[in-house]
Design a protein around this ligand. Structure first.
Ligand code: GLN
Length: 446
């Protein structure tokens, strides 16, 4: 059913970069056969899954939507893939994204742009645009995306699906092609909160292969879906409903707060005063980390190598010049500049200090309140091509998602209605390792 749906709609949606049809069909047949002698089924038995193409899959092409990795077949699995396999999920294929997860619209894919299934003239969001679009278009039951500055939540919001960015360290990053290692997290995109909780349970947990994964026990996320938010204290940052947030988005969020209020939750306006510096700090820090992480793509170790270079240095230069797209080059230049000795204190170090101030804002609010609620993005999906030549406007779009990554806390986007025919997302944020609280609030609302 999944593959026939893909055949029906994916010429328009363009969510997939690689299909895993033969292997998935064989695996499904084997699973059916095995049932005859052993009736135990994993929790995700037979569910069709799409995987963002920056998560490495053994023997299945993994490009991170970069032409530099157009022919890269990994020889191992990311830890999250082992989790899905143990739970008996089926990998249907690899999903479109912005190259190396840099972008907010999918237009930075090195191959072609995924589109919003609600209206294919609009972007699906990014960078996990294919992950959100594939679930919204009914091509897969769930997908895995990655979120460095909003890349799960913002496309989930634009495509009207549920997307969770777990606490930093909750899910192993082993086998996730690194963009900004201190911010990246893998998380599930699903049709509803229950599915999301189910998938997170299969991919979360400590992993010795990722030194930043946390040795903190995982909760039974499904049992947190009680529907009960009586007495829950909600903080609504005034910065999240202020200037730049479209009226239709603001109204849907205020209506959602009313729904939670009717169920016995209480909300108050608060302030996250340093949020206004989050975009500037993020683009310095994330680009700095990216400039170091992307040094490994040199034409020797992975993927495509430029031909006809006379010597080693030229081969590096040619491979990177031809292989990387414009946005990736922009980030490498920016990050290399921010880390250079004369500017390190003025840019990188200062941005780290701002990051600490932002984290403290969250700590203080979350001491008194259970969750922070606001929109996921200031607007609904924009038109393909509308912002593509204006990187600063594109970056500013991340203003409501980025602070969460800088603080390391968990956050979800759940659909909360429409504005002018396009979905709006409600963002719910909580304390580190309290994905259960996030899910409880989200499930009570949806
Ligand atoms: N839009 C942000 C960026 O371009 C976030 C990307 C992400 O979360 N991977 O960096």
């Amino acid at each position: 059913a999944s593959f026939s749906r893909i055949k029906e709609v994916d010429d328009n949606v363009q969510a997939f970069l690689t299909l895993n049809e033969e292997a998935a069909r064989n695996q499904a047949a084997k699973m059916d056969e095995a049932l005859e002698t052993d009736s135990t089924r994993g929790l995700l038995f037979g569910l069709p899954a799409g995987i963002k193409d920056n998560i490495v899959t053994n023997g299945l092409r993994t490009t991170a939507a970069s032409r530099l990795l157009a022919n890269f077949d990994p020889v191992h699995n990311a830890t999250v893939m082992d989790g899905l396999e143990e739970a008996d999920a089926l990998t249907i294929g690899k999903l479109n994204m912005d190259e190396f997860a840099m972008g907010s619209s999918n237009e930075n894919s090195g191959f072609y742009s995924a589109r919003n299934p609600w209206n294919t003239d609009y972007v699906p969001g990014g960078s996990s645009g294919g992950a959100a679009a594939s679930v919204a278009a009914g091509e897969v039951s769930f997908s895995l995306g990655s979120d460095t500055g909003g890349s799960i939540r913002q496309p989930a919001s634009y495509c009207g699906v549920v997307g969770l960015k777990p606490t930093y360290g909750r899910v192993s990053r082993y086998g996730l092609i690194a963009f900004a290692s201190s911010l990246d997290q893998i998380g599930p995109l699903t049709k509803n909160v229950e599915d999301n909780a189910l998938v997170l349970g299969q991919i979360a947990g400590h992993d010795r292969k990722d030194s930043t994964s946390a040795d903190v026990g995982i909760s039974d996320y499904l049992s947190s879906l009680t529907g009960d938010v009586k007495g829950m204290k909600i903080a609504v940052p005034k910065e999240y409903l202020g200037e730049g947030v479209h009226e239709g988005v603001r109204n849907r969020v205020l209506e959602a707060l009313k729904v939670l209020e009717q169920q016995g939750a209480e909300w108050e306006e608060v302030s996250l005063p340093h949020s206004q510096y989050a975009v500037a700090a993020y683009y310095l820090l994330a680009s700095s980390e990216a400039s170091a992480n992307l040094a490994r793509f040199d034409g020797v170790r992975y993927g495509v190598r430029a031909e006809n270079a006379d010597n080693l240095i030229d081969m590096y230069k040619e491979t990177r010049s031809q292989g990387f797209g414009d946005e990736v080059k922009r980030r490498i230049m920016l990050g290399t500049f921010a880390l250079s000795s004369g500017y390190y204190d003025a840019y990188y170090k200062k941005a780290q200090k701002v990051r600490t101030l932002i984290k403290r804002d969250f700590d203080q609010i979350l001491e008194k309140y259970d969750v922070i609620v606001g929109p996921t993005a200031p607007t609904t999906a924009f038109k393909i091509g509308e912002k593509v030549n204006d990187p600063l406007t594109m970056y500013a779009n991340d203003i409501l998602t980025i602070p969460v990554n800088l603080a390391g806390v968990p956050a979800i986007s759940v659909p909360c209605g429409f504005s002018e025919g396009l979905p709006v997302g409600l963002q719910i944020i909580s304390r580190p390792f309290e994905e259960s609280t996030v899910y409880r609030a989200a499930h009570a609302y949806e």
